[in-house]
Structures are given as C-alpha cells and as structure tokens.
Write a protein that binds this ligand. Sequence first.
Ligand code: PHE
Length: 449
Amino acid sequence: MSGHEAGGLKESGERFSSSGFILAAIGSAVGLGNMWKFPYITGLYGGAAFFLMFIVCMVVIGLPVLLAELAIGRGGRGSVTTSFIRLSGKKSWGAISFLSILAPFFILCFYSVVAGWTIHYAIISFTGKLYASGDYAGQFSAFIGGWLPVLWHFVSMLVTAAVIMKGVSSGIEKFNKVFIPGLIILLIVLMIRALTLEGAGEGLSFFLRPDFSKITTESALVALGHAFFSLSLGMGTMITYGAYVDKRQSLGSGALAIGAGDLVYALLAGLIIFPTSAAFGLEASQGPGLVFVALPAAFGAMPFGAFFGGLFFLLLAFAALTSTVSLLEVPVAFLKDTFGLSRNASAAIAASLIFLIGVPCALSVGGAAPGLTFGGKTLFDWFDFILSNIVLPLGGFIVTIFVGYAWKGAAEEAGLRAGWFRLWLFMVRFVAPILVILVLLYSAGIIRF
Ligand code: PHE
C-alpha cells in the first residue's frame, strides 16, 4: 500500500463494488464522532440551533468537499500526495500531505482515549457493575478521574497497532459491514425506549426546537469542525477511499449516501440521549461524559439492559476501531516511506508516540493529573478543538481550492450532470472556501461583523 491509504482498503488493482464502497465509507464516517462527540457538543453549544448549524455546514461545505475528495482519489488513483501532484502536474501541491499526516496522528491521541472508555464500559455493562449504584455521573467521573483510562487507551492503541501489523484491516472492515448496520437496529430500539420515558419531551424539544439566541461564534466554529470530523474530511481519508471506486460509480450519489448515512447515526444518537437526559434529570451540557452517563441510565431502565448496554458499547468500540486503524495507517505509511522502516517498526513507533501523547490527554479530562487545564479547556479539549475545528477545515479549504482552481479534469471525474456540476463548482470555488475562512478568521477575532 502506498502513501496515505487508509487501513483496510483493498489491495491495489481491486475495486470496491458500488455498495461495498458506500458501506466502507459510511463505516469510516460513523464512529465516536456520531455517538459520543455529536451529542455532547450539541448539549454544550445549545441544542437544536447547533444541530441546525451542523446540518447546514454538512450540506453546504461538507458534501461538496466530500465529493471533491472522492473525485481527487478516483482521478489520481494514488496516495494523497501522489494524487495531488499527478492531477495538477505541480509538485507544490504535495504540501497538503503535511496536514494529512499531522491531523490523524494528533486526532488519534484523544480518539484512542475515548475508544478505551467504550471498551471499559462494554465490560462493566456486561458484568452488571455499571448498574449497581445508579449514580452514573458519579461513576463516570470516578472512572476518568483515575488511572484506568490510561490502561484502556493503551489497550486501544495496542489492538490498533496489532491490526496494522498483521495487515488484517480489511477483515475489520468486513466485520463493520455487519456491525454498523447492526448498530442501527440497537439504536432504534433504544430510541423507542428513550422517547417513551416519562419527561422525554423536554429533551426532545432541546434537540429539535431551535433557540437561535444560543448561537455563538464558538458554536459556529465547532459545528463546522464537526462536519469535517464526522465525515472524515480534511485529512485525506476520503481521498484514499475514492481511489478504490469504480469509474462507473456515480460519486455524487455516493457522497449523498455517505452524508445521509452519517447524519442518521447522529440524529438517532440525539433522539436517544437528550430525551434520556431530560427524563433522568441529567445535565445535557456536562461535556465529554454525556453518552457514558445518559445511555447507562436508559439501559438501566429497560429489560436486559446490561446485555443491550454491553452490546452497544462493544459495537461502538468496533466502530471506533475502524477509525483508529485508518488514522494510524497514515503516520505508519509515512514512516515506512520516508525512513524506509519496516511496517512493524513504523506501527510500533507511531503507536507508542500516540500512546505517550495521549496519556496527559486522558488524565486531563477527568482531572486525574493537575495543571493540565489551560484557558478553561483541558488538554484533551484543546487537542480536539484545534484539530477538529482548525486543522481539518484548513485541510478541506486546500481541497476546495485544488478542485476549484488547480485541477482541470474535476468535471469529468465527478461525473455530475451539467446543472449539478455548475452548482458543485460554485460551492467548491466560492461558497465553501469563503465560509471556512470567514468562520476561522471570525473565531480568531481577526474580523468582526
Ligand atoms: N469520522 C470519524 C467519526 O465520526 C472520525 C474520523 C475522522 C475517522 C477522520 C477517520 C478520519 O468517529
């Protein structure tokens, strides 16, 4: 495998079948971003108004960038760097590869910590320990306030590195073709339970009835960043998926299906978590622990809850594993190609570094180690904030400029009908890059309206 191919992709020369490509790309998009991050930031940044902004960012910026990344991948048929240079004929475009190595490396530092939380929660749900006290918030803060999360972060990186070393990523992806649709069934069951809880209505209106006075500069930035994070954009992941798509596949409908699939998981997560929080009097704006507090409350209130809860967190851990594997593959490929190291050595080095950098992240979020909070945000929050909201949108900005101005064959590759193509080109040339830059400058306080 060359360059920056995500783990789990088919060997070169092989192509995804049409449904295989869409399922694999949805598999990459759906992860902790949908079930953990989306509900907690929606809770923090004002509920329905934030959800609406997120949808707008997804449609107006996310989908055009997604289509652009898929087209670059299929047109260039190589790693991120190769595709950019091949399609534009200019070496200078290789610069994008820098962001696309940096971003996954640092995202993994906190993503793996949360993946570790889900493994721990799967176990304590199956054993029933999770439901013993009924104080889910207290239990979660005791857990993240201790050292156990470091152990689970280690386990998560160990499994990810083992998958990369053994080259069994495609096996994991096959699993996920069953698990990700399976998760939907579980989510629908949970949603029905959540919506029928007494007092659920208040949570539902928090999630679906917008209060526009809650929109702030920071919330707009976070909504934009999350559109990139959730669709796995801005760091070359979807470019590598594009490289495996058959020429006859319509990329436009593929992008729509991926966007819709990703949104459905977020919507279901919201329809479960906010009604449950309201019914049990839990704080929707409590931050990263929301899912780990609200969901156990819902599971605790249903028959066979311990089993369903365990199953849910297990499926979530698997959904996270596809993401951790595809994120680790990027620095591994870089170390291999740049320093001529073996695959095993590259994986060991990258995973160890990520583990080490992730330790203070893991300890900061629960306050286990003092002094890791700066300007009101923990180190964990800073990693997420800077990468998701600044680095990924910048990566997306570069993609839009490339497709809009530097690469002449974009029209043909995207295969859109004339009207749709003009709309897409207008979005990638003007709307998406200008909006990204405006949001970034505005949040940095450089411009004011
Ligand atoms: N989209 C994934 C999620 O929502 C996260 C991710 C981002 C995975 C970028 C790969 C690349 O969890």
